[in-house]
Each structure stands twice: as C-alpha cells, then as structure tokens.
Design a protein. Structure first.
Length: 312
C-alpha cells in the first residue's frame, strides 16, 4: 500500500537521483483514498536518523497536516529561489506548490500525517490572472496557519480513517472546498511593500517569541515588541501571512500542547502552560483543532511509541 506514496515522495531523491526511500523513512499506511482531484493517505513515518533530500511534485500541491507534533528541526529550502543557507521551519500544515524543487532536512524521528496530493489544476483555476509566486507566498507555504484549511484537513483525516455512508462523496466535496481555501489563502498574501504587511524583522521577532518556553504571548506584548499598535500588528500580519495572528497563535498553542502530551505532564498543567483558562476549554480547543481529545491523542502517541520501540 505504501508503494504509490513512496513513489510520489521520492520523485527526486537524495542528491537529485530517483529514490523510493523518502529519505530513508519507513512508512506505514493506515488508510488511503483516491479521488478524481486528489489522493489521500494517513501515514506513519519513522525516519531512522538525520537525513536530507530533494523533493518536487510537478502536477500536485503536496498538502500535509501533521497529526502528531512535527519535529521542530524539520526545515525546507526552495532550491532555485533561496540561498544555500536559508531554510524555513515547517509548521503543522505545509502546502508545497507544484513545480518547485525543495531541499528538505530533518534530524530523524516519528510522525503521523494526513497527506493530500492535490491536483494543481484544482487549485490554480481559482487563482487570479497574473498570480505570482512571491517570496512571501513561498515562505508561507511551509507553515499554513489558516483555521479553515486546518478544519477541512482534520475532517478529511476522519473520513479517510473512518469511512461512513457516502464518505467518498463527502471527501470529494471537502477537497473542492480545500482547493478554493488554498487559493484564497495564497491570493491574500501580498508583499509588505505593496499592502502594508509586516517587515521581515518583525516576523522574525514574532517567530522568536513564540518559540520561547513559558506563557503564550498576548497580542499587546507582540505589538510592543514590534513597535506597533495592536491594530497595526493584526492588519499587517494578515496581509503578510493570509491569516489572522489569532489563528496563527492558536495553532502554535496546539502544537506546544501536542509536544507536552508526549510527556506525563497533567492535562491541567498543559492547559495552564498553553494559556487556556481551564482544562475543559483546552480540551474543547484541542478537539476542534485535531479531531480528538487530548487524552485520546496522548494514548495514541504512547501506543505509537511502544509499537516502534526496538525489541529488548
């Protein structure tokens, strides 16, 4: 079952040579579905160690929702557009655009993803005339923070894993909406010089603060660090990333929670650490973002670790 996925993963392998090893990753397919405009997989990846490889899909948007925490060291570089030392961190949702060669790096580890190989024409038909793949749009594709896209991908993962009546038809409809939402998100991203987006140094300040341990920052704190008003920050961020800064921070909180759920920390402690007012509020937000409760997510994480543990 993994052969088709591996074939797509390895169109361009290490050192530019064809490869079906996906950077020496072991892949287990938990569910898959083929549709007219997309092919979907829920897959478990186990990268045996540090590796780097080239990746390119000519006719597909490669959309990936990491259902478990994406490894924080997962990085990508647009081979023909960025210098050799410029790598962007990959977020929970990525959408590699068709035809672009990417240099991918990671230090190894495990994760589970919903992967959607989405036909390029399904998205491109909704893009405006004269659409240009600006640097900002390319960078944003490595970390899509749209709550609408996240909701659609979570629903798709549920339908693929637990198909019901008319499941294929529902997935086909969801893929159509997903195509439109990706086009809308890409269209909304403009260069800061034209429409008042945030300067690159301000985006770096925000990313650096979010990466710091401790409490999740407030909008007022981020605005102060960027020397802006809250209104200027929120408007500029939406122009730069095509999503609200609130959605972006909410996604970050869920990713932090996922990592803490891999430990024995209590749910109440995790809720407090990630800025939720109560454990029930945390549970509601987590389930809305991932499709499962924090407790179920923790149980799945522990089960996956046990399944992949080496024999004594």
């Amino acid at each position: 079952m993994a052969s088709e996925l591996l074939k797509r993963l390895g169109e361009i392998g290490k050192r530019g040579q064809p490869s079906d090893t996906a950077g020496r990753a072991k892949v287990m397919i938990e569910a898959e579905l083929k549709l007219p405009n997309a092919q979907l997989w829920v897959a478990r990846f186990n990268h045996q160690g540090p590796n780097e490889y080239l990746f390119c899909r000519r006719k597909f948007y490669w959309v990936d929702l990491c259902l478990t925490p994406r490894r924080p060291d997962s990085r990508a570089r647009y081979l023909d557009h960025w210098g050799p030392h410029r790598f962007g961190s990959m977020g929970a949702i990525i959408a590699f655009p068709p035809g672009f060669k990417l240099h991918l790096k990671n230090e190894g580890g495990q994760h589970i993803s919903l992967i959607c190989a989405l036909a390029a024409d399904a998205v491109d038909r909704w893009l405006p005339d004269g659409f240009d793949w600006t640097d900002r749009r390319l960078e944003a594709c490595l970390n899509i923070a749209s709550s609408e896209i996240r909701t659609l991908l979570v629903r798709l993962s549920q339908e693929v894993l637990h198909p019901g009546v008319a499941g294929k038809e529902i997935c086909d409809a969801l893929v159509l909406i997903l195509s439109v939402e990706i086009a809308r998100t890409l269209t909304a991203m403009e260069e800061p010089a034209r429409l008042g987006g945030l300067a690159a140094w301000r985006m770096r300040v925000i990313e650096k603060r979010l990466a710091e341990p401790g409490e999740i920052p407030t909008l007022a704190e981020l605005a102060a660090r960027c020397d802006l008003s809250v209104r200027q920050l929120t408007r500029g961020f939406r122009t730069s990333r095509g999503c609200s800064i609130g959605d972006y921070i909410a996604q970050h909180r869920i990713e932090v929670a996922k990592r803490r759920l891999a430990t024995d920390e209590s749910l109440k402690s995790i809720a407090n650490a990630t800025g939720f007012s109560s454990q029930s509020t945390f549970t509601y937000a987590f389930r809305r973002a991932t499709g499962v409760t924090p407790l179920v997510f923790r149980q799945r994480m522990l089960r996956g670790i046990k399944q992949n543990a080496p024999a004594a």
